[in-house]
Design a protein around this ligand. Structure first.
Ligand code: HEC
Ligand code: HEC
Length: 288
């Protein structure tokens, strides 16, 4: 039989447990603690009744409120779509050159353009649109096909040497493969091209190359070699290279030609998305 007695100091019963003369008091739980504990039980029961709670074999109890996070998400998504529908309609109804005048619409276009660029364009142009050899940098103001918003929009819609009938087409001929120039002439004209943006080139060779350039290259790249956006012919004087600016690469470009392909997007993306992306690219710093 447990040895229950009153503790003299506190006046509380002991539990009857004793270790080496130390006795355990049977202090009751504080009221506030007990009531909180009962409240959590009531809360839990209420929760089971109202909210989805108990797993069943292949289902779960749904709760009287019919709450579901998936249903909420669906509602939010359709609300967001409905909210965007107006902006998309406004974007389609506004001349692409005038979107900038509407700050709200412009922000909407840039945000959409940024995320759609990441999905559709970054594989080739880089996540920061910085490009790489054969894939133009879209941040700078050096444009093959022009950097006005209409020009960019056209490029993105129809592509470059793409399979779309309205594609942009420009051709860098293969001067050696097609036997238009001798090897020596190609080396000379490469030297001339390099001399346009670099000091210390072989000026004798560049002098001979200048004549070749005037005869064979200026029709596309211009007399001053500053390029022509109608033909997609790059500016050769600015030390910004699309394929590469070392002599081997330039000789390779002239000898074998170049024809990189940028896909057409008009059949793959909605017009609203193409407009968003074009405005985004235009905003990257080089837009004209
Ligand atoms: C499969 C690779 C590829 C993808 C994907 C791609 N591009 Fe391009 N893009 C190119 C290449 C290659 C060129 C350069 C073509 C040439 O030689 O003129 C180019 C050129 C461009 C130009 C012209 C640049 C100038 O200097 O005039 C723009 C603008 C452009 N791309 C935007 C985009 C946008 C926006 C997307 C996404 C919707 C995109 N590109 C997706 C490969 C790609
Ligand atoms: C029929 C028009 C045309 C003629 C003629 C032409 N080019 Fe080009 N050139 C282009 C086009 C278009 C490109 C861009 C190719 C591309 O986008 O894939 C280009 C690209 C280049 C590039 C690459 C530039 C870079 O940034 O990497 C060099 C270098 C070049 N041309 C030099 C020459 C030289 C030198 C000649 C004369 C021997 C010449 N081109 C004649 C149209 C022409």
């Amino acid at each position: 039989m447990a040895n229950i007695e009153k503790d003299e100091v506190s006046g509380v019963d002991t539990t009857g447990h004793e270790w080496d003369g130390i006795k355990e008091l049977d202090t009751p739980m504080p009221r506030w603690w007990l009531w909180t504990f009962y409240a959590t039980i009531v809360w839990a029961i209420g929760y089971w009744v109202l909210m989805p709670a108990w797993p069943l074999v292949s289902e779960h109890t749904k709760g009287m409120l019919g709450y579901s996070s998936r249903g909420n998400l669906e509602q939010e998504l359709s609300a967001a779509e409905a909210a965007q529908a107006d902006k998309v309609a406004a974007l389609l109804a506004t001349e692409i050159t005038e979107v900038k005048d509407n700050a709200d619409l412009y922000q909407f276009a840039l945000a959409g353009g940024r995320s759609n660029f990441a999905v559709n364009c970054s594989q080739c142009h880089g996540s920061g649109a910085q490009g790489g050899p054969g894939f133009p940098n879209l941040n700078d103001d050096d444009w093959l096909w022009g950097g006005s918003i209409e020009q960019i929009y056209q490029t993105v819609q129809f592509g470059i040497r793409s399979d779309h009938e309205d594609t942009r087409i420009g051709n860098m001929p293969a001067f050696q493969t097609d036997e238009i120039l001798e090897r020596g002439q190609i080396l000379d004209v490469a030297e001339y091209v390099l001399s346009l943006s670099q000091e210390g080139r072989d000026m004798d060779a560049a002098g001979r190359g200048k004549e070749v350039f005037a005869a064979e290259c200026s029709s596309c790249h211009g007399d001053d070699a500053k390029g022509n956006t109608e033909l997609g012919a790059p500016n050769l004087t600015d030390a910004i290279w699309f394929y590469g600016g070392d002599k081997d690469t330039i000789v390779r470009t002239i000898s074998k030609g170049r024809a990189n392909v940028m896909p057409a997007w008009t059949d793959r993306l909605d017009d609203a998305v193409i407009r968003q992306i074009s405005l985004y690219v235009h905003s990257l710093g080089g837009g004209e």
